[in-house]
Design a protein around this ligand. Structure first.
Ligand SMILES: Cc1ncc(COP(=O)(O)O)c(C=O)c1O
Length: 448
């Protein structure tokens, strides 16, 4: 251990690259080595590194007013920022509460749902149902909702259990179905769970529109969320869409729920909401939900010290303007399609590529030992992590994950560069990925 390293690193024994700067999809080490940030951090730095106009907006706001407390006052910049959620959702979302991170935002979402039922006289409704193979954050409340076995491991004694249903995961359908003949048993599972627990006890259901790191960009069946919406309506269960990873453009639409022809009751955003320039996340609600919340009480007092701060709002505004000015949601769609197609092109020469999936600039590759049987690598092989480490030797960062096969084995990658990426940069990522995977496959005695 280095004597003068006072950082509590994730891996105490790892020699991390020392990053000193960044521009666009690139980061630079202290000695000037260029590294492709093919992951955007944890799928976060959506607009790329080093955008001066966002930095300028942050500086201007910090000088003008860095902080004001939502309990005492409201700032014009926060009002302006919250209005962009209304605009970005084509009017679906009417009220927004800003906080400092995705976990915090989902905690607030739970409390909003609870308040919604309390003020309407349904005190018995308190349970929030969720799915296995999901991720909603790491604080204990939202880790309880998260069905990400590996991230829960060890902390179970602190978690509550309101009920988890099977994921919508067509590559490894938990019900043995095939997409073409699917009867949407994974959605029916929600109705069964609500009925089994008693509809009078169930307050909400939370889901990612496209799975994040637990299933590495697995898309739901196209009809899944329509059925989920119908079930939630039938039992007065609030539908919370966790768009912390997908919101503000990554999937080629401003919000991923727009792909499915439904409107949730609540949308939670984070990461791209500030372009990656400030710790910021938000919970936004529809008019119908807000009206319910408002009915007999008209307040919502929970929050955090940093909630609704003007510096975050100014950063969000600058990021949103940049996103729109440069047509980056559309670029996500176009470059995402291209990235996926390029990965599909190299897939036949990689026997470990079991499934290439995702939407926009969130492309997942599930890695298998045997493509026809879909057999996963033993968890101990850390196959995806081997690729992540080998990629770094080629000066590229990509996300790796494990546990997608029912929380136990199952390796996958996510390639999720910043929205500013161009075709030649996509090519560069895919060429490096191709080389890296060949090396790792060979090392594991696979393929040519
Ligand atoms: C879908 C989803 N929800 C919530 C979170 C938690 O956000 P944060 O890490 O900002 O607390 C994440 C983080 O990766 C996420 O992907």
């Amino acid at each position: 251990m280095a004597d003068r390293n006072y950082v509590l690193n994730a891996d105490f024994f790892r020699d991390y690259p020392r990053i000193a700067g960044g521009k666009g999809i690139y980061m630079y080490t202290e000695d000037g080595t260029e590294i492709i940030d093919g992951a955007s951090g944890p799928v976060l730095v959506s607009l790329g590194h080093g955008i001066e106009e966002i930095a300028d907006a942050m500086r201007d706001q910090a000088v003008k007013l860095a902080f004001a407390h939502r309990d005492d006052c409201v700032t014009p910049v926060l009002e302006e920022s919250c209005a962009t959620f209304h605009e970005a959702s084509d009017g679906d979302l009417v009220k927004t509460f800003q906080v400092a991170g995705g976990s915090e935002a989902n905690e607030i979402a739970i409390k909003l749902v609870r308040n919604y039922h309390l003020v309407r006289g349904n005190a018995g409704k308190y349970k929030i149902l969720a799915r296995w193979q999901s991720y909603h954050g790491s604080s204990m409340g939202v880790l309880s909702l998260s069905g990400f076995t590996k991230r829960r491991a060890g902390y179970e004694p602190y978690l509550f259990e309101h009920g988890h249903i099977a994921p919508c995961y067509c590559y490894r359908c938990w019900f043995g179905g095939e997409p073409e003949t699917c009867g949407l048993q994974c959605a029916q599972a929600l109705e069964n769970e609500i009925l089994a627990q008693g509809p009078e006890t169930v307050a909400g259901f939370i889901a990612e529109p496209i799975s994040g790191m637990s299933l590495c960009a697995a898309e739901p069946h196209p009809a899944y969320f329509k059925e989920i919406r119908r079930i939630c309506d039938k039992y007065d269960v609030a539908l919370i869409m966790d768009e912390v990873m997908t919101g503000f453009g990554r999937t080629g639409k401003m919000f991923a729920y727009k792909h499915y022809g439904i409107v949730p009751d609540m949308v939670v955003t984070g990461k791209a909401v500030s372009g990656g320039y400030f710790p910021l996340a938000a919970v936004s609600v529809t008019q119908r939900f807000y009206d319910g919340l408002y009915e007999n009480k008209g307040d919502f007092t929970p929050g955090y010290s940093w909630s609704g701060n003007p510096l975050g709002a100014a950063t969000q505004l600058a990021a949103y303007r940049y996103l729109k000015k440069h047509g980056l949601v559309e670029n996500c769609r176009v470059m995402g399609d291209y990235l996926k197609r390029r990965i599909e092109e190299i897939a036949p020469r990689h026997p470990t590529f079991g499934d290439v999936r995702g939407k926009g600039l969130m492309v997942g590759v599930e890695l298998v030992r045997d493509r026809s049987s879909k057999e996963s690598f033993p968890a101990g092989d850390k196959f995806a992590l081997q690729i992540n480490r080998e990629a770094l030797k080629e000066n590229m960062i990509i996300e790796s994950s494990s546990g997608c096969n029912r929380g136990q084995a199952g390796d996958a990658l996510v390639i999720s560069p910043a929205f500013v990426i161009q075709r030649d940069e996509v090519d560069k990522i895919v060429e490096r990925l191709d080389r890296v995977v060949t090396t790792v496959e060979k090392r594991n005695g696979i393929g040519r």
